[in-house]
Structures are given as C-alpha cells and as structure tokens.
Design a protein around this ligand. Structure first.
Ligand code: WTA
Length: 649
C-alpha cells in the first residue's frame, strides 16, 4: 500500500499548534503523560472562561461507576462567549455562517455580529417562553441557520439542547422528548431537501400529543406552507424573536454542566441520550477542529453533515464557531439538482476545507468524473471524511479526482460518544495511507484488545478501546449512568470500549474495520439492530425477527432481516411483507431506516439454551458462506439449512 506524503502546498503558512510530525509526537506524549499540564493551559488560552479552571482531569475509567469523569471542574463559562462574543472585536464583520439553501445560489451570509445578535434575540425569546438553565429543549429542524441559532440560544441560557435529526419519525421524536422531559420543542413549518419538502411541524404535532412536559413549540417559517396551529402551545419564531434585544448576557455555567444531549443507537435497547459537558466538549471541539483541518483565518470551511448528528454539532457549529471560522451550512443533497452540486458549492464559495462521508464519495464516484471536473476546485486544500470506513478506492478517487492530488485527505475516526475526532491524520503533518484513519490525536490512547482481553502489542487486529479520558468524552447517559457504565466500560474493565474493530499496521497506523457489536452503519447513519427487531416484532404477522448488516457497495452496510411468520399469519407474499416492514420502520424510526432484504425463515438459529446465534445470521447475509463455523450447539440444525437455501444474497 503506497503512502501519500503531505502535498507540499499544505504545510506552508499554517498557524496550527500541531503542524509537523515532531509537533504531533511531542503533543501526544505530553497529553498522555501529563494531561493536566497539557490541557489546562490549552483550554485557558483557547476558550473564553468566565472563571478559568485550576483543576484538569478527575476520575478514571476504573471507578467510573462511582465517580464521573470531569475536566476543568472548577471553571465557569458559557460556550457562546467563545463562539460569539469574543469574536466581535476582531471578526465582527466576518461571515460566521454561510448558508447554501436547497436551490443552488439561495445563499445567506450571517456575520459574527449578526449571529451574536440573533442568538441573543432567540435566547431572550426562549427565556420569555420560560426556558431556564438546565431545562431541555428539543430542536427538530432542517439545515437552516436558525437550527444553529437555536442550539446557541439554548447554550446562552445554560439550557440543554437535544437536536433530533429531521428524518426521524413522530414516534422516534416522541421517545426523545419523553426521555429527556423536554419543556420546549423548536421546529419549522417544513424542511427543504433535494427539491422536496419535509413536514416537520406536522410530525412534531403528532409527537407532542400527550407529552405533558412540552409547554411550548417554537416554529420557524421556512416554506410558508399552511400548518395546523395550537394557539396555546405554538409560537411563531418571527413573532417572538425579532422584537427582542440584540444583547443578552450569557448565563455562566459550570464546566461540567451539560451542554447538550444527543441520542444515538447502541447494541441493545432504545437509543441513549449521551450527555456532553460545556467545558471539556468545547475545548475538544475547538482543538481538534483547528489541528486536524489545519484551520486558517481566511478558510471557507464546509462540513456537509446534518446538525442532527454529532458531526454537525462539533464540526458545523461548535468547533468552527469557537475558532472564529466561516462555516458553511448546506441544506441540500449531493445529488440535487445533479451530482455536481458539492463542487458547484465549492466553486461558488471558494471552499478550502471540505468534510463529507464515504457514502457520498462512493455515490458521486459512481456518477462519473465529469460532474466534478467541470467545476473549479482550486480553492480546496483539505478533504475530510467521517462516519464509516472509507474503502481505498473511494479514498483514491477523492484524492485524485476531487483533490487533484493536491489536497490532504483526512479520514477522521470518532463517535457521538467521543465528542470530536480521535484517530485521524493531522492535515499538515501526517503522511496518509488510503483507507487508514492513521494516528491518534493528543489525549487519545488507543489500545487493541483480543478476545481474552489481552492487550495486543505491535501490529495486529482487535477491539478498539481508548485507555485514557480526553476532554470531549460524553460524561453519562441522560438519566441512566448505570447504562453508560455497562455499555462502555464493562466489556473491558478499565477501558472505554468503542464497539469498533481495528487493525494496526507495522507503522502504528489504525485501520478501522467497522462495528463488532450489533450497531449498523448504513450510509453513515448509525442504527441498532435491536431497534429494527423491535419494529419487526410489533408487526402482527411476525413472530420472531433477527436483523443484521451486510456489505453494501454504496451504503457501506445494508439491512438484512430474517423473519419467522406467526403460524396464523395467513397468506402474505414477499412483496407485501417487505412493504409492511418498510412502512413500519418508516413510522417507528424514520425514512432513513430501510430494510433492504427480507428473508422468511422457518426459525432462527438458536443454541439449546435458546440464544440466537447471530454469527450465523451475519455469515449468511454476507453472501454464500463457505463454512458456518461450529454449529454443533444448535438446537435444530435443519433451520440453518433452510436459511442458507433461501438466502437473499
Ligand atoms: C463509524 C460519527 C471508520 C464507527 C462521527 C464509529 C468510522 C461510528 C469513521 C460512530 C471512520 C466513524 N472510519 N469508521 N473515519 N468514523 N466511523 O456516533 O463505526 O454517528 O463507531 O459518529 O461510525 O458513529 P456516530
């Protein structure tokens, strides 16, 4: 495998604190050996503290059930002072949010001064609606600047936001509202995406029925469509926000106060609300955003994720704004109105740093190079990818075709739980290998463990764990610390277990192999097999169900469902069954949750003690299996024969 040296242009003129391999190595060693000595000065300089912290890290991964991890615990801050106020003097007229709407050229430019004023107004309006420090506000919106403004307005008040991706269904939204007992929901009349509208307000109306915690629904008008209205509960953004004062003092928060809750899927049960803290999170967001992308003052930085996911939180909103960058928000899709849209955006706005997901790269590569090459991409300097393993072919296409072999590709591995990028090349420093996330950021101490929980030394493949706390780690699961402890710290006591498999090569480079647990990653969307199984089990005709992922050329993973019909299910064709299943997933999870393949089986492969052997289900879904491994413990081997015979792949 060839190594790509850092293209020469990239290392010129950087101001990043980590801009060479020597710099990276020194920072990494310092952060590992003396976390407080490294992070206290770093955060005091980087972040606008009301009261700078004097303590760094407290707690460790061994005692996490009794003592939560904390960073900078005696510090006081409001993250919006770092993201807004302190830029006013030097960057007041700099564009903070550069918005590209669904229709090409529908653009809004919001300066730091304007953003500060708008966040203050929105915060005042929320305060009038009764929102107080510590209360939860759900944000269910599309990619409009007001989504970022809403997040920051909550943060300004010390309220805890929880953004729910606009693709989630009413039921999924309801679950999240209920789990965190949200007082206010912020939504919009409709979302716009790829020329289509998304009925956000209508979905929200359905979700809040019977949710007594919700006092108010604040509605931003995006399309102007008529929406149903509850005069007691619903409030238009344009009625209550613009009239407010453009200055509102930020509420000072403790470093460990929650900044936001973000729900994500795990191996079992319902999605978990991961809690991120104010002080550690903003430090990690700012630091990683600057060093990984080699951020410079005149950059036009574009992360085309959605604010509903962690990538949008950290690398559209908090990291770039804390760093005073111009951050682009993109409402549309890579394929609208055609597959040249990203590069049209790059050309028109002079984007210098571009951050997307492998699934988009694969889809665009399949559309042909001419959709890329007809646009001028000479402004680009750094190309990022995140969300799933990137196959070397897609990496090379990104590097060769999009980046004209001039730009550095940073394959950034991280998770909702980690708050920010953990394993990645540092743009101006790290030689890259196509398909490898390469080396850990300072504060990240990756360890590979084998099945017997032994640490693998040198090259090898195992389960990826992180051995030391870093500032951006999620502190707990909302309302359920025991679940946090058992999910992440019980498999390998003393370590944070990521759920991913990883190979380390002789150069110490990391190659993420994908999830080793029951979490699916479909087009970079993280979903739990257990969530799908719960939906399937809610269908009358289905008695039992097992859901697994399988390799999919474009989406990374597809969703394969094995279902056992109820004996009294009656006649149902495969097509009817698929339609029923897809509709149920859409209403109970969301439009992005689609089962690709359905196989009706006489039974699930179970051990004599009744445990489903998921290994067999995975193996068959992967394609014709040469061998299934040990099946001697199966209660009924004939089930496996039937499964193999009827396999859909
Ligand atoms: C996967 C997204 C390989 C991984 C930021 C992880 C990746 C899960 C990469 C987290 C990458 C993310 N290479 N796999 N560069 N980035 N993943 O919480 O399986 O939505 O555990 O956070 O995505 O997904 P999440």
């Amino acid at each position: 495998m060839s190594t790509y040296a850092v293209p020469p242009r990239v290392s010129e003129g950087t101001s990043s604190p980590v801009s060479s391999m020597e710099g990276w190595r020194a920072a990494w060693m310092a952060a590992r050996n003396d976390p407080d000595g490294f992070w206290l000065p770093e955060t005091r300089e980087r972040i606008a503290w009301d009261q700078p912290p004097t303590v760094g890290l407290a707690g460790d991964f061994h005692d996490i059930a009794d003592e939560r991890i904390s960073w900078f615990a005696d510090g006081q801050l409001n993250v919006t002072r770092s993201c807004l106020d302190r830029h006013l003097e030097t960057r007041g007229d700099k564009v903070a949010i550069l918005w590209e709407g669904d229709e090409p050229g529908d653009v809004r430019r919001i300066t730091y001064r304007e953003l500060h004023a708008e966040v203050c107004r929105a915060a005042s309006a929320l305060r009038e609606l009764g929102v107080q420090k510590g209360e939860r506000v759900i944000i269910y919106m599309g990619m409009v600047p007001e989504a970022a403004i809403a997040m920051l307005a909550c943060a300004r008040l010390g309220a805890v936001h929880s953004v729910v991706f606009g693709g989630f269904s009413a039921e999924a939204l309801k679950d999240r509202i209920r789990d965190c007992a949200a007082e206010v929901v912020i939504t919009q009349d409709e979302g716009m995406r790829g020329g289509k509208t998304i009925p956000l307000k209508a979905t929200c109306d359905e979700a809040v029925i019977g949710e007594r915690s919700v006092r108010k629904v604040l509605v931003y008008r995006r399309t102007g469509v008529h929406v149903a209205w509850d005069a007691e509960r619903d409030v238009w953004w344009h009625d209550v926000v613009p009239t407010q004062s453009a200055d509102l003092d930020a509420v000072s928060c403790g470093a460990e106060d929650p900044l936001f809750v973000l729900y994500t899927s795990g191996s079992t049960g319902r999605p978990k609300g991961l809690v991120h803290s104010c002080g550690g999170y903003i430090t990690w967001a700012s630091y990683t955003h600057e060093i990984v992308f080699d951020l410079r003052e005149d950059d036009v930085y574009a992360c085309v994720a959605d604010v509903g996911w962690i990538t949008g939180h950290t690398y559209i909103v908090y990291g770039p704004l804390a760093n005073g960058a111009t951050t682009l928000m993109f409402e549309s899709t890579p394929l609208y109105p055609d597959s040249g849209r990203y590069w049209d955006v790059v050309q028109r706005h002079g984007v210098t740093i571009f951050y997307t997901a492998p699934t988009a790269i694969r889809a665009l590569a399949a559309c042909g190079d001419e959709h890329v090459t007809r646009y001028d991409r000479s402004s680009l300097r750094v190309l990022g990818t995140v969300g799933e393993p990137i196959n070397p072919d897609a990496w090379v296409w990104y590097f060769d075709v999009v980046g004209e072999k001039r730009c550095t590709v940073v394959d950034t591995w991280w998770q909702t739980e980690t708050g920010g990028i953990c394993i990645t090349p540092i743009a101006p420093a790290t030689p890259t290998k196509p398909g490898s996330a390469s080396l850990p950021n300072p504060a990240i101490v990756p360890v590979l463990l084998d099945d017997q929980s032994r640490v693998i030394v040198g090259p090898g493949e195992g389960r990826l764990c992180l051995a030391q706390p870093w500032p951006g780690i999620a502190r707990t699961v909302w309302g359920d610390h025991a679940r946090y402890v058992s999910t992440y710290f019980s498999t390998f006591p003393g370590y944070y277990f990521t759920g991913d498999g990883c190979r380390r090569d002789a150069d110490g480079y990391h190659w993420i192999t994908g999830r080793v647990d029951d979490v699916l990653n479909v087009s970079g969307h993280r979903m739990g097999t257990a969530e799908f199984e719960a939906v399937l089990m809610s269908i009358d005709a289905i008695g039992e169900a097992g859901v697994v992922g399988y390799p999919h050329d474009l989406k990374g993973q597809g969703v394969y469902a094995y279902v056992v019909l109820q004996s009294d299910a009656g006649e149902v064709t495969d097509q009817e069954l698929e339609a029923i299943i897809r509709a149920a997933c859409r209403t109970q999870i969301g439009a992005h949750a689609r089962v690709d393949l359905v196989q009706v089986v006489p039974g699930l492969p179970k051990t004599r003690s009744g445990k489903v052997m998921r290994r067999i289900l995975r193996k068959v879904a992967e394609g014709p299996p040469d061998q299934l491994g040990d099946v001697s413990t199966l209660a009924d081997p004939s089930v496996v024969e039937a499964i193999v015979a009827g396999a859909k792949r």
